[in-house]
Design a protein. Structure first.
Length: 270
DNA sequence: ACAGTAACCTGTTTGC
DNA sequence: TGCAAACAGGTTACTG
């Protein structure tokens, strides 16, 4: 599910309910996510004042003076604001209780994470090797050029690699490559500087546009109010195999690249 | 160091 | 209609 725009939408949605409040409790109903929910997590952070809510890549970070909550939504996770006493549904695994309300993690596939960490975030194993934020200035054509030399992996896999740049998942990788006229199978090391310039611009554009629309809801993404995002209607190639290209009319092709379904126009993308 | 694959899970869609 | 297979937005551990 959630790529950067969906995580950013979630971050903006939950922030007003959390910032400046004290953590009342954390209720864990099912600790078996991709990693087990940190043992005794409630005792670790009960009573702590929430200083900030932020995002790094697809990770949500909730900071207190003693440590940080680190949440990842995996493939099927979502966070909602609910009354703390409302009955949980089948896949509602964890509640972060703040007063009479709770931020509730629902994650049917349990690929998500809900962790407590007292080490410096810059040192955290899940965060320390991440590449730049695509919406930061340090993410540039020069960066992509520098780290792609002699790399033979397909450009689509390359930009989905969080060590290269964070937050670009399958949907937006397909879209950004279409917008840039780059065939997703091309070797990263053979992309020209001009192509990288366009790719950087379009990765930023597609992510910003999707954030503006509240993210992309294919099936189960919901914001903190349980409402879907509206960017799906603006997707140009993702999920459109066999349809006419919006630019030239050619039929959109699909192909599995690196185990992920990929979509492109063979006329517009070389 | 790099590239490719399997694995972690469950729900929904597709095809016979 | 029923059942099994295929597929899904992410990440990482392992292999060669």
């Amino acid at each position: 599910m959630p790529e950067l725009p969906e995580v950013e939408t979630t971050k903006r949605g939950i922030e007003p309910y959390l910032k400046g409040k004290r953590i009342t409790n954390i209720v864990v109903r099912n600790a078996s996510l991709r990693q087990p929910v940190t043992a005794n997590i409630a005792e670790c952070c009960k009573g702590q004042l929430i200083l900030s809510v932020s995002r790094r890549g697809k990770y949500l970070l909730i900071a207190t003076a003693r440590g940080n909550l680190l949440i990842h939504l995996g493939m099927s996770g979502s966070l909602r604001i609910v009354p703390a006493n409302s009955p949980p549904q089948k896949h509602d695994h964890v509640d972060l209780v703040v007063g009479k309300q709770a931020v509730r993690l629902r994650d049917p596939r349990r690929f998500g994470l809900f962790l407590w960490s007292e080490e410096r975030l810059a040192e955290h194993p899940l965060l320390k090797n991440l590449g730049p934020e695509p919406l930061d200035a340090v993410f540039s054509a020069e960066h992509l050029w520098n780290v792609s030399r002699k790399r033979r992996v397909a450009i689509k896999n390359f930009i989905m690699n969080s060590h290269i740049v964070v937050g670009v998942g399958n949907i937006y990788a397909n879209e950004a490559l279409f917008m840039s006229g780059i065939r997703p199978t091309r070797q990263a090391g053979k992309i020209s500087r001009d192509d990288f310039e366009r790719l950087v611009i379009n990765i930023r554009k597609v992510l910003k546009d999707a954030i503006r629309q509240g993210g992309t809801t294919l099936k189960d993404f919901r914001n903190e109010e349980g409402k879907p995002g509206y960017f799906a209607q603006e997707l140009r190639v993702y999920g459109r195999a066999g349809e006419a290209c919006s630019c030239c009319g050619e039929r959109i092709k699909s192909k599995v690249i690196g185990q992920r379904s990929s979509f492109y126009c063979s006329k517009c993308q070389k």
